[in-house]
Design a protein around this ligand. Structure first.
Ligand SMILES: Nc1ncnc2c1ncn2[C@@H]1O[C@H](COP(=O)(O)OP(=O)(O)OP(=O)(O)O)[C@@H](O)[C@H]1O
Ligand SMILES: [Mg+2]
Length: 267
């Protein structure tokens, strides 16, 4: 200690790049985008600087869910107009304990990037690695489906977070995604989140079934990240374009997200 008048110490330079989390599912509409925003928010509240990247290049909608108007988007990056770091939009004041984070928005509406080339996705991924030293957590919100561009983003991640629901179609699509990635040689052990579950016990059972199938047919066991219960406050907050914990300070779904962040941070 150097006495009561000591100035606060400047932050230490970052020595490790942020891990990249890809939020993927195979099946559409299981809650990837909503969950990506909530993880970014919860990481912020846990004191971690988060960058959320909307990688749904055809039908981007992170900015719509959050009600922000980005001045730049990943489209500019893909077409080579902007460096990735110039395309960042701060959400809720930017990374901080109030739940803010940085966003690289997708390009909504035109569908112009629906036919994005694999090499362009590669360029975004390279740009991302330049940004990771500035953050503690980077979250990629992936598109539905298992086409090569989605798989390319998934392979760029350090951690694959598979989102499924209790529906058999969501489970088979999640299974197909991880099978394809492993066939491509990616030694990925995904984390699994069961979203929109009736309750935690049922959600956990769904994970156990999925884990058994992976173990039996693919020879590995996925990791359990947690269950998020179906909560009517989620669609309500999306309709209001306001993050769930701001719109509803108490909610089952956000409590579940906090648990998941604790699990991910511990693992
Ligand atoms: N825990 C939950 N409880 C209730 N509704 C939920 C929950 N999670 C997500 N939803 C609802 O599911 C819908 C789809 O969510 P979202 O857009 O995040 O899915 P997605 O997987 O990103 O879809 P896409 O594959 O089209 O990108 C939203 O309208 C949201 O209200
Ligand atoms: Mg989405």
């Amino acid at each position: 200690m150097s006495g009561a008048h000591a100035l606060p110490e400047p932050p230490l330079p970052r020595t490790r790049a942020a891990p990249i989390f890809a939020i993927a599912s195979g099946k559409g509409g299981v809650g990837k985008t909503w969950l990506s925003t909530m993880l970014s928010f919860a990481f912020g509240r846990a004191g971690q600087r988060a960058l959320l990247v909307d990688c749904d290049l055809g039908l981007a909608n992170v900015d719509v869910q959050l009600g922000v108007r980005p001045t730049a988007d990943v489209h500019s990056v893909v077409r080579g107009f902007l460096e990735l770091d110039a395309a960042v939009t701060p959400v809720l004041g930017g990374p901080g304990r109030n739940g803010g984070f940085d966003l690289i928005a997708g390009h909504s509406g035109s569908g112009a990037l629906g036919t994005v080339k694999l090499e362009e996705v590669g360029r975004i991924c390279t740009g991302l690695t330049k940004l990771t030293p500035h953050y503690d957590r980077v979250i990629l919100d992936l598109a539905a489906g298992i086409d090569p561009t989605v798989l390319r983003f998934a392979r760029a991640a350090d951690r694959l977070i598979l989102v499924t629901t209790e529906e058999p179609t969501a489970l088979t699509d999640a299974y197909a995604m991880v099978k394809l990635l492993r066939l491509q040689g990616a030694q990925i052990t995904p984390w699994v989140i069961v979203n929109m579950a009736e309750n935690r016990v049922k959600g956990r059972k769904v994970f156990d079934q999925f884990s058994m199938a992976c173990n039996e047919y693919l020879g590995f066991k996925p990791r359990f990240a947690g269950v998020i219960c179906r909560d009517s406050r989620v669609p309500d907050s999306i309709r209001a374009q306001t993050p769930l914990p701001i719109r509803h300070p108490q909610s089952q779904a956000y409590e579940d997200v906090i648990r998941i962040v604790e699990t991910l941070n511990a693992g």
